[in-house]
Structures are given as C-alpha cells and as structure tokens.
Design a protein around this ligand. Structure first.
Ligand code: NAI
Length: 332
C-alpha cells in the first residue's frame, strides 16, 4: 500500500520512515510532499490508498470527496485535534479516519510552562542583552509564581499535566471543564469559567476547538479576567479572538500573551518566511508588543512525541489494512 504524506517536513520524514521500517517494512510505501493538503494538491495522492495529514491540512467535504474519487480510503491524522476535518463528509464517504489522540501530553504542558517562564522572567530578552554585554535589569522584572493562581481551561490529558506542573510550583490551580479528567483531586479545584477568569493570574487554554469553544476568549471574557493577567494558548488559535486580545493588550487589561497557536497560522507556521513580506497585519501587530511571546506550534515537538506519533500512525494504518478494531477513530 502507498500513502501520501502531506505537509511533510524533514523531521516528519525521519520519524515516519523510522516507524515504517520498524512496523511496516515492505508493506507500506510512503511518498512525502511538503505541500499542505488542499483541493489543489489532492492529485498528488494519485495511486495512494491513504493520506497522512497534520493540523493545518484542509479536510473539508470537497477535499475528502476528491480524495475518495482518487481511490483514497484512509485518512491518518498525525495529531490529536481534528477541527480541520469534516466528520460528516468522511462518514458519508465511508473513509477510515484515525488520529493520534495522545502522544505526549506532558510535552505540550511543559511547553506551556516554558512560555510562562520565558514571558514572566523575560529570559528571551535577557539572553539577547547579556550576549551584547548589557547586564542592566531594567525591563526584566517578573513575578514569583509560587502562590499565584493558575486557571486551566480544559482539564483533559494536557490540561491535567499542566495542572500538576503548576501545582508543583506552589501555585493554586483552578480548572474549568464540563468533564475534567478524574485525577485532579488534591491538585486543582473545579470552578466555572467565569470564576476561573476572575481569579487567575495566569489562564492557560487546553480545550479543543469546537463551535462551542471558538473565540471563547473574546472582549467579554477578557473583561472578566483579572487586570494584568497572563493568557497562554497552546491548544488551537481560534479559541482566542485575536483582535479582541490586541485591544486588551493595548488597554493593559491583559498583562501578557503567550501563544503557540494562532488563528491564521496555516499560511505562516512550519515554514521559513524570514525573507518574505508577511501580509498578516494582525499577526504583525502582535509582534510589536514586548509582552507577547509567540512560538510556531511546537508544543508537541519532542523526540518522544514524534516517535509516538509515527508509531501510532502506522498502528492505525495496520488496523485499516487488516480490518481490525481501531481505538483512535475520529468520532463519526
Ligand atoms: P483531551 O480531549 O484529553 O482534553 C480536552 C478537555 O477539554 C476535555 O477534558 C474536555 O472535557 C474539555 N473541554 C471540552 N469543552 C470544553 C469547554 N467548553 N471548556 C472547558 N473545557 C472543555 O485533549 P488533550 O489531549 O488534552 O488536548 C487538548 C488540545 O490541545 C487539543 O484539542 C489540541 O487542539 C491541542 N494540542 C496542541 C498541541 C500543540 O503542539 N500545541 C499538541 C497536541 C494537542
């Protein structure tokens, strides 16, 4: 069987090839394309029975229909979130669609911590300063995290890992989740979203992007946050209304913003645009704030997580090939 791997970076190829040699040598052939999956790039999957995709690939009804017409019968997501997939269209076409539900929740939670630590203690600025012989502390003032209140929105696998980390730092941890993971006793207190926003010095988003959570952080919820609080998003960009966040940063209501994901990231992230003119004025405005830190969707990016993603992707494919039950099917 041949699979077409879209949005493939050199590191994807390295880990997927490693897993293929281990789990599917001689059975599965992979072709790699750096292009994202869109209606225009569907023909690249000619001759392939499966496609392997990532967070910013387009899997709407038209694309799924076109893939099906080419003979593709399986869609393998090498990520957990599936907000980019038209589940109804996939079900209608009878496609096998599976994801990697958990590859390293701790990796993403640790990245959220890295963002908080960097932004709070300004280590990114200190690094550049010290290398230039500037040892002044002006502008590097942070707060002691011990004793502060951290609000975790979405206490699933990643949110629970984040809750444990912040508890370990001596923070009071609040969680808001309609169905939190059960292991939070003694670690965090369950509260409503409004209570969490009002009480937290740091709010960290870990819930999935769905219709109900799109722009959950908008002008109204920003106004309910503690003045000067820090907002962290390592989940999905569209949880945040970026225009409203910019206004809150300008007024000082929002004290700092750290994001690993961005609403319009598809045209920017995972590629080198250092010689390009970036046309996204909203993103460029964000870049002007000294209290904003952006990373390009790297929360998952650890050796352990990449190995797990590749192994589970091939395990999912094996289920499809052998008609075996698969625990990682998308909910359709
Ligand atoms: P999970 O499914 O284990 O947990 C999500 C939690 O959110 C669940 O407990 C659910 O009940 C809760 N939830 C649903 N609606 C909610 C709402 N309205 N308010 C509060 N909580 C709500 O998912 P997991 O593995 O923890 O991943 C969370 C998200 O992190 C994913 O959906 C994905 O978008 C993102 N992610 C980001 C990565 C990165 O590299 N930055 C890597 C992996 C995932």
């Amino acid at each position: 069987m041949k699979i077409a791997v879209y949005s493939a970076q050199p590191y994807d190829r390295r880990f997927l090839d490693e897993a293929r040699r281990q789990h599917a040598a001689g059975v599965v052939d992979a072709v790699y394309f750096s292009d994202p999956l869109t209606l225009d790039t569907v023909p690249l999957a000619q001759g392939c029975a499966a496609v392997c995709v990532f967070v910013n690939d387009q899997l709407d009804a038209a694309v799924l229909q076109a893939l099906h017409a080419l003979g593709v019968r399986a869609v393998l997501l090498r990520c957990a979130g599936f907000n980019n997939v038209d589940l109804n269209a996939g079900a209608r076409l009878g496609l096998f669609m599976a994801r990697v539900p958990a590859y390293a929740p701790e990796a993403v939670a640790e990245h959220a911590l890295a963002l908080v630590m960097t932004l709070n203690r300004h280590t990114h600025r200190a690094y550049a300063r010290v290398r230039e012989g500037n040892f002044a502390l002006d502008g590097l003032l942070g707060m002691t995290l011990h004793g502060k209140t951290v609000g975790i929105v979405g206490a699933g696998q990643i949110g629970t890992a984040a809750a444990r980390i912040f508890k370990g730092l001596g923070c009071t941890v609040l969680v808001s989740d309609p169905a939190p993971a059960p292991q939070l006793d003694g670690v965090a207190t369950r509260v409503s979203l409004d209570q969490l926003l009002a009480a937290s010095d740091i709010v960290s988003l870990h819930c999935p992007l769905m219709d109900a959570t799109r722009h959950m952080i908008d002008a109204a919820s920003l106004a309910r946050m503690k003045p000067g609080a820090m907002l962290v998003n390592t989940s999905r960009g569209a949880l945040i209304d970026t225009a409203a966040v910019i206004e809150a940063l300008k007024s000082g209501q929002l004290g700092a913003l750290a994001i690993d994901v961005y609403e319009q990231e598809a045209s920017l992230f995972f590629h080198d645009h250092s010689s390009d003119i970036i046309a996204d004025d909203v993103f460029q405005r964000l870049m002007t704030f000294p209290n904003v830190l952006v990373t390009g969707h790297q929360g998952f990016f650890t050796v352990e997580a990449m190995r797990e993603i590749a192994a589970v992707t091939f395990a999912n494919l094996a289920c499809h090939m052998h008609g075996a039950p698969c625990a990682n099917l998308l909910p359709i």
